[in-house]
Design a protein around this ligand. Structure first.
Ligand SMILES: Cc1cc2nc3c(=O)[nH]c(=O)nc-3n(C[C@H](O)[C@H](O)[C@H](O)COP(=O)(O)OP(=O)(O)OC[C@H]3O[C@@H](n4cnc5c(N)ncnc54)[C@H](O)[C@@H]3O)c2cc1C
Ligand code: FES
Length: 262
C-alpha cells in the first residue's frame, strides 16, 4: 500500500464545540488511497516544535481529493492545529496502518465513543455503500455531553443507517454508555462490531463480543513517534504473548489479537 507526503491546504475549519474541531484538507493522493480506520501523521506546526508528527484517524475522505480530521485540543500539537487558519499548508503523511476489514455479507454495528467517533464517519460511508441484503446495520455514538455528539449526528444520518446516541450526563440521547445501547440491541448472530473509543469501552466490546461469539474489530491508540514501525514506541501486548506495533499492525485489530486486562 502506498503512502504519500502531501503539502495539504486547509480548506475548511469547523469549531464543532468548545474543544472539538474538524479540519478539511486538500490531500488528493492520500484521499485516493485511504481505507476506513487508517490514519495520517501531521506536522502540526511550520517549524520543529513540536518535533514529532501527531497521529489522527481519517474522519472522512472525498472523491474530490479532500480528507478530514476530527480532534480535541489536548496538548501542544493539537493546540497549534486548533488555531490553524483556512489557507494554511500542513505537512501530512499517510495513509498509514491497517484499517477496518469490512464484511459485505453480514450486518455491521459501528460504535464510536468520544474521539473514537472520528474514524466511524468514514466507515459508515463504506458500510452504507454495501448491499443491505445482509440485514440491519447500526451506528452507536457516545460522548460525555451533548456537544461531543450532536454536532456530528447529521453527518452520520446522511447514510440512512439506524443511529443511536448516548451521553454520560444524559444531555443527548440515552443517559449512559454506548455499551448500554449495544446490550439492549437484538443483534444478528453474524453481526460484526467495529469500535473506537476509550480503552475501557474497547475492553467491554471485547468481553461482549467474546460472550456472544461475535466478530469485533477495534481501533486502538498509543503514543506514536514515527508511525511507520521504526521507533518501537507504540507496542501493545498481543494475546499470544508477543507484541504488536499499533502503527503498522493496527491501529485496527480483531480484539482476539490483543491482550486485555481481564
Ligand atoms: C492511530 C491514532 C489515531 C488517532 N486519532 C485521533 C483523532 O482522530 N482525533 C484526536 O483528537 N486524537 C486522535 N489521536 C490522539 C492524538 O494523536 C493525540 O491527542 C495527539 O497526538 C496529542 O498531541 P498533542 O501534541 O496535542 O498533545 P501532547 O502535548 O503530546 O500530550 C497532551 C496530553 O495528551 C496525552 N496524549 C498524547 N497522545 C495521546 C494518545 N495517542 N492517546 C491518549 N493520550 C495521548 C498525553 O499523555 C498528554 O497528557 C490518535 C492517536 C492514534 C495513535
Ligand atoms: S510509532 Fe514508531 S514503531 Fe509505531
Amino acid at each position: 500500500m502506498s503512502q504519500h507526503q502531501e503539502k495539504a491546504r486547509i480548506i475548511r475549519f469547523e469549531q464543532l464545540s468548545e474543544f472539538n474541531i474538524r479540519i478539511t484538507l486538500e490531500a488528493p493522493l492520500i484521499a485516493g488511497s485511504a481505507e476506513a480506520g487508517q490514519f495520517v501523521m501531521i506536522r502540526t506546526g511550520p517549524g520543529q516544535d513540536p518535533l514529532l508528527r501527531r497521529p489522527f484517524s481519517l474522519h472522512q475522505t472525498s472523491s474530490s481529493g479532500h480528507i478530514q480530521i476530527f480532534f480535541k485540543n489536548v496538548g501542544r500539537g493539537t493546540n497549534i492545529l486548533a488555531h490553524a487558519k483556512v489557507g494554511e499548508i500542513l505537512d501530512v503523511f499517510g495513509p498509514l496502518g491497517r484499517g477496518f476489514s469490512v464484511a459485505d455479507d453480514r450486518p455491521a454495528c459501528l460504535i464510536g465513543g468520544g474521539l473514537g467517533i472520528a474514524p466511524m464517519l468514514f466507515l459508515a460511508k463504506i458500510v452504507s455503500s454495501l448491499s443491505r441484503e445482509h440485514g440491519q446495520d447500526l451506528i452507536i455514538l457516545g460522548g460525555r455531553t451533548r456537544e461531543d455528539v450532536e454536532p456530528l449526528v447529521e453527518d452520520f444520518r446522511q447514510f440512512g443507517l439506524a443511529l443511536h446516541c448516548a451521553t454520560d450526563d444524559g444531555s443527548y440521547g440515552l443517559k449512559g454508555f454506548v455499551t448500554d445501547i449495544l446490550r439492549s440491541e437484538q443483534l444478528a448472530a453474524n453481526t460484526r462490531i467495529y469500535g473506537c473509543g476509550p480503552d475501557n469501552m474497547l475492553e467491554v466490546l471485547h468481553r461482549f463480543s467474546t460472550e456472544r461469539k461475535l466478530d469485533c474489530q477495534v481501533s486502538v491508540e498509543s503514543v506514536m513517534a514515527c508511525g511507520m514501525g521504526a521507533c518501537l514506541g507504540c507496542n501493545l501486548d498481543a494475546s499470544d504473548g508477543s507484541y504488536v506495533h499499533v502503527c503498522i499492525d493496527g491501529p485496527v485489530f480483531d480484539t482476539r489479537e490483543l491482550s486485555w486486562n481481564s
